[in-house]
Write a protein that binds this ligand. Structure first.
Ligand code: NZQ
Ligand code: ZN
Length: 388
């Protein structure tokens, strides 16, 4: 196990009814906020009314910015920065899924930066400070609720880029699983695929002596595999929704990856699909990951054998490591298609192969990607082609 620093500064309020604490929690940080949301589901579900009532009760002033879309664009970040500056708002309150949270984080850092906030994502600048961000999460998926990442798209340049900064951890996150009862089956499934993918990215490494992290990873994956189909079938199943919500947070708050180097190539490969075709992040990952696994398993077939056995309950008796690895990869694909009922090929999302070369170049724009296996450009092209 490698040396590591683990710092998880986000205060988590988890469980039924925790959303009622939003006014109190916000007031403890600031007396007025930028209230950021999509303007869509949050209004339809009545959550908007509940939140604004709690803010008013606690005397918290708010200016609103709505209209955050999935795969959020840098334009709305720029708008948010202007509002925070003009109205001297000392905090952002994000109510929504990963797209709203990521937008809030980018705004919070952009306020302290003189230039265009896209510079962060184009690796021309790094956040030097940020406003505090409070979160009310409505979708279990990204882990943005307790990490320092934000992923923003640029519709002009057709790019989607992630950044990490220690300034970007939310100060608090309200994780109330009942708020996810209204998430439709497809978004529930995409969220589950995203959570699983975050675990895969950190599970496939060559580090020795990571038994604690391996156990965390396997428990998280098994829990998502068990609970996602239940949540799809019975959207108001509290037990399934709470397992998914806690898995979302733990899969990407730094805990399970401590002491090893994660891979993250599949995320970079997926971001290109979202940037060029606008598909949901989790949908793209369900397409990319089985293909990535098939491309790289030979680098450590024993690790993939363990994955097949411990996560997917594949009976590998009598199989070589390679055969066991391939059986595990098939189980991943079957689960997405048959249990989550989502696409597993680019064709399932009407994506043809015409942009594969462009996407491969863009995925490697800043550096070579992959750590379990460092991918060549040809490897990336092969992964897209296999995913067609
Ligand atoms: O837009 P509205 O109408 O609110 O509907 C949303 C949206 O259409 C809907 N939704 C959310 N909560 C709901 C709900 N519908 C009904 N009831 C609710 N309670 O779900 C749709 C998707 O929302 P979005 O926020 O886009 O989904 P998600 O949470 O999966 O976030 C995806 C974004 O996060 C990035 C992704 O790349 C993508 O841009 N990621 C962020 C990461 C991070 N910050 O650490 C890591 C991830 O790997 C990922 O890259
Ligand atoms: Zn992800």
């Amino acid at each position: 196990m490698r040396n590591f620093v683990f710092n998880s500064p986000t205060r988590i309020l988890f469980g039924k009814g925790q959303v009622e604490n939003v006014g109190k929690e916000t007031l403890a940080v600031a007396g007025k906020v930028l209230l950021l949301h999509s303007g869509g589901s949050v209004k339809q579900t009545g959550l908007y009314d509940r939140i604004t009532a709690r803010l008013r009760e606690n005397g918290v002033g708010f200016t609103e910015l709505s209209g955050v879309k999935p795969n959020p664009d840098i334009d709305i970040v720029r708008q948010g920065v202007s509002i925070c500056r003009n109205e001297v708002l000392p905090m952002v309150l994000a109510v929504g899924g990963g797209s709203v949270l990521d937008t809030a984080k980018a705004i919070s850092a952009g306020v302290f930066y003189e230039g265009d906030p896209w510079d962060f994502f184009d690796k021309k600048a790094q956040p030097a400070s940020a406003l505090p961000v409070g979160v009310v999460l409505t979708l279990s998926a990204t882990g943005s609720e307790a990490n320092g990442n934000t992923v923003i798209s640029n519709s002009q340049t057709k790019e989607k880029r992630p950044i990490y900064s220690p300034f970007l951890y939310p100060c608090f996150s309200i994780l109330d699983p009942e708020l996810t009862f209204t998430v439709p089956p497809d978004q529930t499934a995409y969220g589950a695929a995203d959570i699983l993918s975050h675990v895969y990215e950190q599970y496939f490494h060559h580090e020795k002596e990571t038994s604690i992290q391996d156990g965390f990873c396997e428990t998280l994956m098994r829990s998502v595999i068990e609970n996602a189909p239940i949540a799809i079938e019975r959207p108001s199943d509290y037990s399934a929704r709470s397992a998914l919500m806690w898995a979302s947070t733990l899969a990407l708050n730094g805990l399970i990856g401590a002491g090893a180097v994660g891979d993250w190539a599949s995320h970079m490969i997926e971001h290109e699909l979202s940037a060029h075709y606008g598909i949901a992040h989790g949908a793209g990952l369900a397409v990319v990951f089985p293909s990535w696994m098939t491309q790289v398993y030979k680098a450590n077939p024993a690790r993939f054998r363990r994955f097949a056995e411990k996560v997917w309950d594949v009976d590998t008796r009598g199989m070589t490591d390679e055969k066991a690895a391939l059986a595990g990869i098939s189980a991943v694909r079957d689960f997405y298609r048959d249990r989550l009922k989502i696409g597993v090929t680019m064709k399932d999302y009407a994506i043809d192969g015409t942009k594969i070369e462009t996407m491969a170049d863009s995925a490697m724009k800043f550096r070579a990607i992959g750590s379990f296996v460092q991918l060549t450009r040809d490897d990336i092209v092969a992964i897209y082609k296999r995913a067609m």
